[in-house]
Design a protein around this ligand. Sequence first.
Ligand code: FMN
Length: 181
Amino acid sequence: MTPQRTLVLVAHPDLESSRITAHLTSAIMDLEHVTVHELSAAHPDRRFDTAREQELLRGHDTIVWQFPWHWYSVPGVLKEWMDQVLTYGFAYGAGGGALHGKRLQLVLSTGGPESSYAPAGHNRFTMEELLRPLDATAHLCGLEMAEPLILHSAPRVDADELGRHAARYRELLAPASVAAR
Ligand SMILES: Cc1cc2nc3c(=O)[nH]c(=O)nc-3n(C[C@H](O)[C@H](O)[C@H](O)COP(=O)(O)O)c2cc1C
């Protein structure tokens, strides 16, 4: 059986200033079947090489969007990637089935605690509700969206907790766990 290939798109506006995204990225860097692709580095002038990005997508079975939660959404660099790469005729529309049947895994961190993402909480809505635009995007592209891996209270997690979370992330990307779904 061909091993499942995983493409991790790391979307952070400034990875050098990141604690969580940087740590999680280094925790999965050595996985053999995983390609780590840092989006800010891939679009220095705010333009992606659409053909190259689409080739990368074609060559992998699972796509991971790894990002910090910014203003109840993805960071701008991931939104720009979507706008420029998920084009008509490739990701959706006539002839646009390149992503059909692939798997989408969201891996994100939030500043707010889990309890704040509730109707009576500080952020008013659940993460499930706030992630609906991404769910709809996945659906339009024929991607099967997996249960998101979320680290809440990011600025307050200590080193042990971050280490355990990184271990869960590695497990999630293990070829056996990907193949079993
Ligand atoms: C521009 C910006 C917007 C943010 N918006 C949110 C938000 O809407 N909700 C939230 O819970 N945290 C928000 N945060 C906190 C980040 O999600 C948190 O600091 C991040 O997950 C930590 O990851 P990092 O160390 O990789 O940057 C925001 C942070 C920044 C810089």
